[in-house]
Design a binder for this molecule. Structure first.
Ligand code: ADP
Length: 249
C-alpha cells in the first residue's frame, strides 16, 4: 500500500520567548487521510507548535511547508485560505441560529464558495447543497433545524468542526477536541473525527490517551519543547523515555 502523501511538514522548527526555548528542532510530517496526535506533558510545547504551524507565531528557527509551498513567512489568514485550519479559528457558533444556519453563515464567509453579499439563485442552491453535505458528513442531519444553544456539549463541538470544514481545509488542526466531554460524547466525536479524516489530514492535541490509542494513526510525543518519541500509539506508550517524561517533572 502506498504511503499517503505529506500535506504539511515542519523541519527544524523552533521558538524562543525572550531567551527561553519553548520549542526546538521539531520535524513533523502530517499525511493526507491520517490522524496524527501531538501529545506530551503540560508545558511540552504543543500549543506553541500549533501556533507556529498556523502562523499565529513566527518561528525563531526552521521552516514549514503546506501542500508543497513554503509558508514560513505567511500570514495566518493566507495559510487558512491555503488549506490549514484550526478548529477554534472559526468557532463562532451562533447560539440562536440553527445548525443549518450556522453552517450557511460559515460557508458565506469571505474566501468561501460565495464571496458576494448578493447571490444569484444558482449559488444559493449550491450553498444549500454544500451545507447539507457538511451537515450529513458530521452526523448532524437530525439536528439540522435545532438551535445551536439546544445541542449537547459534544454536538456543539461537532458543529464547530463543521463550520471549520466550511473552508474545505486539507489539514485540520484540533486542539483538545474531547476536552470536558463525557464518555458518550467522546465516542461520538471520535467517530466524527475518523470520518472527517477520510478526506483530510487531522493533527490533534489530545490529553485523553485512550482516544489517541483508538483513533490516531501516528503519535508524536513532545517534552520540554523537543520530540522524544514517535510512531504508533503502542510503540510510544511502551517507550521508557515517554513514561519517564510523563511521570517526572
Ligand atoms: P503545552 O501546550 O504543551 O502545555 P505550551 O506550548 O503552552 O505547552 O508552552 C511551552 C512552554 O513555553 C511553557 O514553558 C510555556 O510557559 C512557554 N510559553 C508559551 N507561550 C509563551 C509566551 N508567549 N511567552 C513566554 N513563554 C511562553
Amino acid at each position: 500500500q502506498d504511503q499517503p502523501r505529506v500535506v504539511l511538514s515542519a523541519r527544524g522548527l523552533g521558538k524562543d520567548f525572550s531567551g527561553f526555548t519553548a520549542v526546538n528542532n521539531v520535524d513533523l510530517d502530517v499525511h493526507h487521510a491520517r490522524i496524527h496526535a501531538l501529545i506530551g506533558p503540560n508545558g511540552a510545547g504543543k500549543t506553541t507548535v500549533f501556533n507556529l504551524l498556523t502562523k499565529f507565531l513566527q518561528p525563531t528557527r526552521g521552516n514549514i511547508t503546506l501542500l508543497g509551498t513554503d509558508i514560513t513567512s505567511m500570514k495566518p489568514d493566507r495559510v487558512a485560505r491555503m488549506g490549514l485550519v484550526r478548529s477554534f479559528q472559526i468557532s463562532a457558533v451562533f447560539p440562536h441560529l440553527t445548525v443549518l444556519e450556522n453552517v450557511r453563515v460559515a460557508l458565506q464567509r469571505p474566501n468561501n464558495l460565495a464571496t458576494q453579499f448578493w447571490l444569484p439563485l444558482s449559488s444559493l442552491d449550491r450553498l444549500n447543497g454544500r451545507a447539507d453535505v457538511l451537515i450529513d458528513e458530521l452526523g448532524l442531519t437530525e439536528y439540522r433545524d435545532t438551535r445551536a444553544a439546544d445541542l449537547s456539549y459534544g454536538r456543539k463541538r461537532v458543529l464547530e468542526i463543521a463550520t471549520t470544514l466550511a473552508l474545505d481545509p486539507e489539514v485540520l488542526l484540533l486542539d483538545e477536541p474531547m476536552a470536558g466531554m463525557g464518555r458518550e460524547d467522546v465516542k461520538m466525536v471520535a467517530g466524527i473525527i475518523r470520518d472527517v479524516a477520510q478526506h483530510r489530514a487531522v493533527l490533534m492535541v489530545e490529553h485523553n490517551l485512550s482516544v489517541v490509542a483508538d483513533i490516531c494513526d501516528h503519535v508524536t510525543v513532545l517534552a520540554r519543547g523537543e520530540i522524544i518519541a514517535e510512531g504508533d500509539y503502542r510503540s510510544v506508550a511502551d517507550d521508557p523515555v515517554v513514561r519517564t517524561a510523563y511521570m517526572g517533572s
